[in-house]
Design a protein around this ligand. Structure first.
Ligand SMILES: [Zn+2]
Length: 155
């Protein structure tokens, strides 16, 4: 056990997030989930991908987080000025094909409306049958320019 982890409680030392929280957010380098949410090591799982989308892989990570590591709550945090909202599927596919000189046809989950994408991801998580806990799934938009976190309510 290294010294940095030793000061954490037993739950954190065995890998169970002490806040019983999993965060799904974007990989954007400007978004620092620990700073925005006030998280310390041991507090929460942080699952990141392009856009913070509730993809199949993200859902699998959440299922493991809940069933194996005891989390009970999910927080989806997207952000303003996200590349996944600024580029189209075909723009991104073209860029990947140009960079690799290979075909690319995978779905990238781009979106055009920040809040609609959050609502969609919260909805996917709430209906995902392999999650033990669906009651505390909330969505937020992090506004980069103002450093403000705004809750986006699910209809
Ligand atoms: Zn992003």
């Amino acid at each position: 056990m290294n010294a940095r982890l030793n000061h954490l409680g037993m739950a954190a030392r065995n890998g169970q997030p002490s806040l019983k929280l999993a965060v799904l957010t974007c990989m954007d380098a400007r978004v620092d989930p620990a700073a925005v949410l006030g998280l310390r090591p041991g507090d929460a799982h942080v699952i990141r991908n392009a856009g913070g989308r509730a993809t199949a892989e993200a859902l699998h990570a959440l299922a493991i987080s809940q069933a194996v590591l005891g989390t009970r709550e999910v927080l989806v945090m997207h952000h303003t000025d996200c590349a996944m909202g600024r580029f189209s599927q075909s723009d991104l596919a073209q860029r990947i094909m140009a960079a690799t000189n290979r075909p690319f046809h995978d779905e990238l989950e781009v979106f055009t409306d920040d809040e609609a994408a959050i609502v969609e991801d919260v909805g996917r998580i709430r209906v995902y049958a392999s999650l033990a806990h669906h009651d505390h799934v909330r969505g937020f938009l992090y506004e980069l320019a103002t450093d403000v976190l705004k809750e986006v309510t699910h209809p």
